[in-house]
Write a protein that binds this ligand. Structure first.
Ligand SMILES: Cc1cc2nc3c(=O)[nH]c(=O)nc-3n(C[C@H](O)[C@H](O)[C@H](O)COP(=O)(O)OP(=O)(O)OC[C@H]3O[C@@H](n4cnc5c(N)ncnc54)[C@H](O)[C@@H]3O)c2cc1C
Ligand SMILES: NC(=O)c1ccc[n+]([C@@H]2O[C@H](COP(=O)([O-])OP(=O)(O)OC[C@H]3O[C@@H](n4cnc5c(N)ncnc54)[C@H](OP(=O)(O)O)[C@@H]3O)[C@@H](O)[C@H]2O)c1
Length: 427
């Protein structure tokens, strides 16, 4: 497989749709000459009724990805062709700001998004600031702003009075200890709407419990980000295939394991899941994609991938996560990384029978990823020890994640000693 480093901004990735050749799956099902396409060859169900077209190798040139990118020369766009594209463009750069009723009409003061915090924070000096959202950004920024702003209000739609009333937080040793309140920090529930004031030209911010807030100088939206792939969205004409859609900036679908395009597995996305320990999880995603693209792991059929997706989406809907938290993993992440690691051959052999929803490993006689052909006992044992270590690494991650979670502050402004926890690990 050829790869090059493109140290430039990608502006479009596209595949031309040739309706005479059937689907991408039809096309790759018949090619053995291209190793990547052979690796992605799907099982018979994937090609529908099995009437895949008799395409020649030349026909497949169209199923490469055309990647257009800007170069250092202004105005110049270069083009390269690739068998596969793995998109890793991050998802913390396109701000999401909810559209609260009445805001456009009645609130005319400063508004910012957490993305721009470093640039704007000192403009908030001495002001009354409303921070909306209290996950990592909201919590960190509200804490710091108490040193800069005159008064900081934090609106969290999950706010519960009993948390604010609590004056305690878990200490490092698990005991409950008194936590000093921050005098210029106040917690509020979600915003219901904005209203005009009858007394002056100030707006009134009304919260879901009926409380009202006036004289807010600035609002800092710490309400997260949107998934965006401008280089995929840039469809210049209808013959270009768009194998995924991004719904409401929150759902990238249809993907197998939040990772590989079901319609076209030569397009992969690493890094979509959130509320995770990012780097080990993304690493496991990379292992799985590499195993699929190198032919060491066989994908389940397209029908099976869709069936798994339908099952997962039903579960997300049942848990109220479908709309805003489609790519949320949280505690599920360790099951997910084990599944990816196992299916890419990175967990011990003893576990290999359990493939979960990832599809079977390829285990050809002697040459499969766990095969013994040509590999001596010593190397086999070393490989196995590597897999055991990887398994232990995931176990430790899970244990640390679980323990650290117990020490996170339960409300904004509580001590954040959890950041300074140290673990001695013997693996
Ligand atoms: C404020 C903040 C604090 C965080 N703190 C932590 C922390 O303490 N610990 C932790 O583990 N995680 C932390 N995270 C999360 C972590 O930063 C992300 O999970 C991680 O950076 C994601 O890595 P990534 O490679 O997927 O995306 P990114 O790191 O966002 O990298 C994406 C890359 O793609 C490039 N790119 C985008 N579009 C194009 C294009 N069209 N063409 C070419 N290149 C493009 C970008 O320039 C960038 O280099 C934090 C995130 C934020 C926002
Ligand atoms: N110190 C750190 O390590 C650090 C610091 C900053 C950021 N980060 C990372 O940066 C990433 C982004 O974090 P983030 O805090 O910016 O975003 P986030 O985790 O997506 O949190 C968004 C917040 O906005 C709220 N929200 C979303 N939609 C809303 C709506 N319509 N109305 C009201 N509230 C709404 C959410 O509430 P719900 O919970 O109810 O959805 C949540 O409180 C994360 O990976 C995070 O770990 C890390």
């Amino acid at each position: 497989m050829r790869y090059i480093r493109l140290n430039h901004r990608v502006v479009r990735i596209s595949k031309r749709r040739d309706t005479t050749k059937g689907t991408f799956c039809d096309q790759i099902a018949n090619t053995e000459d291209n190793p990547l396409q052979a690796a992605l060859k799907l099982s018979p169900q994937a090609v529908g009724d099995g009437t895949a077209s008799e395409a020649s190798v030349d026909d497949y040139s169209d199923s490469q990805w055309e990647v257009a990118y800007t170069t250092a020369d202004p105005g110049i766009t270069a083009v390269e062709h690739f068998d596969a594209v793995i998109v890793c463009n991050g998802h913390y750069s396109h701000p999401f700001q909810p559209n609260v009723p009445g805001m456009q009409e009645h609130y005319h003061k400063e508004t910012y998004h957490s993305r721009d915090y470093d640039r704007i924070k000192y403009t908030l000096l001495g002001k009354r600031v409303l921070v909306v959202g209290s996950k990592s950004s909201g919590t960190d920024m509200a804490r710091e702003l108490t040193q800069i702003a005159r008064h900081v209000f934090v609106s969290d739609r999950n706010y519960k009075h009993e948390i604010d009333d609590s004056s305690s937080a878990d200490s490092d040793d698990g005991e409950t200890t008194a936590a000093p309140r921050v005098s210029n920090l106040e917690l509020l529930p979600g915003i219901s709407h904005f209203e005009p004031s009858v007394d002056d030209d100030e707006s009134v911010i009304v919260f879901t419990d009926g409380q009202q807030l006036r004289n807010v100088d600035a609002i800092l939206w710490c309400t997260g980000f949107l998934y965006k792939f401008p280089f995929i969205d840039a469809q210049i004409d209808s013959t270009l295939r768009a194998p995924i859609t991004v719904e409401g900036g929150k759902r990238v679908r249809p993907l197998h394991l939040q990772l590989l395009c079901i319609e076209d597995p030569s397009l992969a996305f690493i890094g979509l899941p959130f509320s995770v320990v990012p780097f080990p999880l993304f690493y496991c995603q990379a292992l799985y994609v590499a195993a699929v693209y190198s032919g060491q792991t066989t994908l389940p059929s397209q029908d099976e991938q869709y069936a798994l997706l339908v099952e997962r989406e039903a579960s997300l809907r049942a848990r109220g996560l479908y709309d805003g938290k489609y790519h949320y993993l949280g505690d599920e992440q360790f099951q997910y990384v084990r599944l990816l690691s196992r299916s890419s051959g990175h967990l011990p052999t003893a576990d290999r029978g359990v493939h979960g929803s990832l599809g079977p490993m390829q285990e050809e006689d002697g040459d499969g990823i766990y095969g013994s052909g040509g590999v001596g006992d010593k190397e086999k044992e070393e490989e196995e020890e590597k897999r055991r270590r990887w398994g232990r690494y995931i176990d430790f991650l899970e244990a640390i994640y679980g323990d650290n979670g117990l020490h996170k502050p339960r409300y904004v402004g509580a001590p954040d000693t959890y950041r300074d926890r140290r673990y001695r690990v013997n693996w």
